[in-house]
Write a protein of this length. Structure first.
Length: 182
């Protein structure tokens, strides 16, 4: 292969671009520590905005789908109180999402996940979970969170409504006489 003729102009241009490249690399290397200080703040703001957005979406879904049983503020009506400090401290996000998705067999809490015959996507279930978790900061102390509250604001006693007396509180005393047979 033949040798090329030495080109001074090309040599100067190449040297200039190499110097610019080295300068930019040095500038990026010096800026990196400042970026590391700034980036976590930006990420935390983005995370907080995402959580607020999810909680807002979750509240809308909760009001439309859950409030009739659990109350508008999650205080419980015909279903347990979900805004209780005790419930929110005991349940993980995964457990709350699972309860929403799968429901609770043997109760009126049906499955809400599309995968189990419901009408909520996994993102919507995550939004409802985020909304419920957002209630934790101001959650009332409700050790009775499992007790349902009826329309009158009193604990809801399904046995009393069904006409069944509480154990040990029979209204008619037991008889020892045999019924007469004709």
């Amino acid at each position: 292969m033949p040798q090329r003729k030495h080109d001074d102009e090309l040599e100067k241009s190449t040297t200039r671009w190499m110097a610019v490249g080295v300068g930019l690399t040095a500038l990026f290397a010096l800026m990196f520590p400042f970026y590391r200080l700034y980036e976590p703040v930006g990420r935390e703001e983005a995370r907080a905005n995402l959580q607020a957005s999810l909680a807002s979406q979750g509240e809308e879904i909760f009001q439309a789908s859950c409030a009739s049983c659990h109350g508008a503020a999650g205080q419980g009506v015909d279903a347990p109180a979900l805004n209780s400090k005790q419930f929110l401290e005991a349940a993980t996000n995964e457990q709350i999402s699972s309860l929403i998705a799968h429901g609770i067999p043997g109760t009126e809490m049906s499955a809400y996940s599309l995968d189990f015959g419901g009408f909520l996507t996994s993102q919507q279930i995550n939004a409802v979970t985020t909304f419920l978790r957002s209630l934790e900061e101001n959650a009332p102390d409700r050790p009775d969170w499992r007790d349902m509250i009826g329309a009158e604001g009193e604990p809801h006693d399904e046995d009393a409504e069904a006409g069944e007396a509480e154990p040990g509180h029979d209204e008619t005393p037991p008889t020892t006489e045999e019924p007469a047979h004709d």
